[in-house]
Design a protein around this ligand. Sequence first.
Ligand code: KIV
Ligand code: ZN
Length: 348
Amino acid sequence: MSDDKIIIFDTTLRDGEQSPGATMNKDEKLVVAEALESMGVDVIEAGFAIASPGDFDCVKSIAERSTGKTTICSLSRAKENDIQTAYDAIKDAKRGRIHTFISTSPVHMKHKLKMEPDAVIEAIGKSVSFARNLIDDVEWSAEDATRTEIDFLCRAVEKAIASGATTVNIPDTVGYTTPDEYFDLIKTLKERVPNIDKAVISVHCHDDLGMSVANSLSALRAGARQIECTINGLGERAGNAALEEIVMGIKTRGDRFPYTIGIDTTHISRVSKLVSTVSGFAVQRNKAIVGANAFAHESGIHQDGMLKSRDTYEIMTPESIGLKKSDLVLGKHSGRAAFKDKLHLKTN
Ligand code: KIV
Ligand code: ZN
């Protein structure tokens, strides 16, 4: 894999579905998985197989139907039964991955896991080796990594890689970090974890402070090469980093983000509408990239500029995300130019 390739890992069907009220049925999930695969997503996290027989069945069916273009992944906690169930669900995929996670922050270890740090390190070793004995592609996540003490995080990441993890994910589980801080965190891991070059570094950001996309993109400069995201930013609480924003950010600002991605961006609008319909989560009108107003112009000055040259007010084309054209909306702020244009009259 070339050093500038960014792996797009979509978790709409797992973290996205964990959004209260966003439940999707099996048929809907199959359609979404097919759409994600055809748009060129590298990894689809299809669900959390142990969560229920229904979740298991969905992950299994997505795995069985996958074409091999995309890796199909199931989440699991750091328990053998969970990991085995994840494997059973994805084993028929042409390319499958087990994703196992455990918390590493003091607050999670104390209150949620009720485990001492040394016991967590031991659990990382056992869970990752168990997964790696089942399959070659194993991702390990340090839940609440951004609130974890750095020495302990380095130890945990080193243990996960030594035990066979091929991807190490450093989630901002509670959406707490900032672009600079996250950059420093990934850079520190690159510098201090001796075996870090044996795994892909992944980032997974939540949007509690509205910085998930900025944080994810910032981590690329520090050496992360996988970004976890969801369509429309669907996800727990304020959601996850939005796939369409990450992808169009990289495509539009290639001067700042000199990376390659395998996504066909012309699918973005269609997949966004599909996920909005099946999840029941409307996309806000002014949402970046996929909101109804993202390519709409009402003010007279902007409309006049647009009619003269689209790049006056558009930094990307609607066609690039699969829309037919921009919309010059006639409203109280519009001027003569757009009015004449609507009437198909010449503007001067
Ligand atoms: O936000 C998070 O930490 C997660 C992990 C399970 C990867 O979703
Ligand atoms: Zn998450």
